[in-house]
Write a protein that binds this ligand. Structure first.
Ligand code: SF4
Length: 374
């Protein structure tokens, strides 16, 4: 398999136009099931009545398969709309996994190190590891986060400021993108532009994404917990991103009010390529990680929210840290192992720092000192 170059990640799955309304309606049905306890309970006691109340044009047998995994009682064929829905999501996840495995990194030491982290996570967190992308590069465009979720698995601190898209900062950003492209290779195009940050805390987030797209030919995926702060901004961000390069974004919904606002503001078809994450206790499918500020919550799922095996570059602080996911514990409360953190001043100095960390932490052979634990 060849290395990925500019714009060469396998694009996300597309649908024949005639299938879009059916798959989008089934996706919306599942979202109601996952987000809305009232609908969830109503469907369990009266599926036909609950389905009718949604106004969605869904084959009841397809709905039962999506929500309950129930095969048709008549033993007949699977409803066609269900097979379209199933194939759409199966292919989506398969492509995500293939992109993660195909992601080849310019420096073989870094590539080998990342592959070792993937194997370790597959051993330590077998289920969760299937969804880990082990991104080699991630950017943060602000420091801290204004949202302050009580369950924040990365324990993001208070928002201290955003890296604005001024003339000087835009030049620095483009320099950093170009140097990271050189140091890491095309796999750098898989980067996200948020981590322990809320992307929409940065008023210029969208401008940075456009520069990123110019460098890599890729639109970074966005996950925002602030979708309802300015629904017009969210709509435009999703529209631009999906028209520029079809991909999945995610909206983290922090309460019923958030969920209702999003469901009322966007049609099922508008959110076909946007995941809605139920991140509040009353949501039937709420699933939080036992990490960070939520480390003491025994009901939460053990593991980590960390998704990078590589470099996290904070543009506001001008810092870079080398990290990889681990099961969150008292020793590693945020579910990350941080190897080293350093500062930088421009693209060239960041590239030098990154190459130095590769040299120090990613050797391909064990030395006698390593074996003796020195
Ligand atoms: S979970 Fe995300 S939005 Fe919430 S505080 Fe942490 S970084 Fe911010």
């Amino acid at each position: 398999m060849g290395a990925l170059k500019k714009g060469e990640f396998e694009g996300t799955v597309t649908l024949e136009p005639s299938r879009v309304p059916h798959v989008a309606a089934l996706k919306r049905l599942f979202e109601l099931w996952a987000l809305d306890k009232e609908f969830h309970d109503a469907y369990r006691s009266d599926p036909a009545g609950a389905l009718a109340s949604t106004g969605l044009n869904v084959d009841p047998r397809a709905g039962a398969l999506v929500l309950l995994g129930q095969l048709p009682e008549d033993g007949g064929e699977l409803p066609e709309t269900f097979t379209w829905y199933r194939d759409f999501f199966e292919e989506r996840f398969a492509r995500g996994r293939r992109n993660s495995l195909r992601m080849q990194i310019a420096d073989p030491r870094f590539a080998g190190w990342r592959a070792r982290q993937m194997r370790r996570c597959a051993r330590d967190m077998p289920y969760m590891a299937r969804f880990m992308s082990h991104l080699p590069l991630v950017f943060e465009l602000s420091l801290g986060c204004s949202v302050g979720c009580s369950f924040c698995a990365l324990s993001a601190g208070r928002l201290e400021g955003a890296f604005r898209h001024t003339e000087a900062n835009a030049a620095l950003w483009k320099d950093v993108l170009s140097c990271m492209h050189a140091a890491i290779g095309g796999a750098a195009g898989a980067a996200l532009c948020y981590y322990a940050t809320e992307p929409l805390d940065n008023p210029d987030y969208e401008l940075f994404l456009k520069d990123f797209h110019n460098e890599f030919g890729e639109v970074p995926q966005t996950t925002t917990a602030a979708a309802t702060r300015d629904l017009g901004r969210t709509r435009e961000l999703l529209r631009w991103g999906q028209q520029t390069q079809l991909h999945f974004d995610r909206l983290s919904l922090l309460g019923k009010r958030d969920a209702d606002a999003v469901l009322a503001s966007f049609t099922p078809e508008e959110l076909l390529y946007t995941d809605l994450l139920p991140q509040f206790e009353e949501a039937p499918a709420c699933s939080l990680k036992r990490a960070g500020r939520n480390l003491g919550d025994s009901r939460a799922e053990e593991g980590t929210s960390a998704c990078a095996s590589g470099f996290i570059v904070n543009m506001f602080e001008r810092s870079v840290r080398l990290v990889t996911p681990v099961v969150a514990s008292d020793e590693h409360p945020t579910g990350e192992l941080v190897y080293e953190k350093a500062g930088f001043s421009d693209g060239a100095s960041l590239e030098g720092v990154v190459r130095g960390m590769i040299e120090r932490h990613m050797s391909v052979t064990l030395t006698l000192a390593d074996l003796l634990g020195r």
